[in-house]
Design a protein around this ligand. Sequence first.
Ligand SMILES: [Zn+2]
Length: 121
Amino acid sequence: MVSNERPNRFEKEDDATQNDEAVELSSSDAPLFCLRCGKHLTPGSGDFYLVRIEGIADPWPPSISAEDLADVEHLASEMQRLIEQSANLSEQELMDQVYRAETIFLCTPCFRTWIERPAAE
Ligand SMILES: [Zn+2]
């Protein structure tokens, strides 16, 4: 069965939504606009892109040198510092530091420019 639900709104909330999929593909009538040029986008017209961006903090385990391991005191104080640092942050802020996911809409011309150099200013 084919769903006629369309991705038709850009949802960006401070408290990350638990079910992004449902939000993005909701059938709300909220208008869509290209994030770069502001052009009005019409769901079903095939003239725009839904772009999902995921940012994941360095997923490799921390590199600890033999020197670090030898200096247990330094290692312990460094861990203590990190724990104290994170104590001041909310759960959401901590999550945002390691994982961010955004969904944006771009019209076809803007998408073609953007995808070639996504990190351009
Ligand atoms: Zn555009």
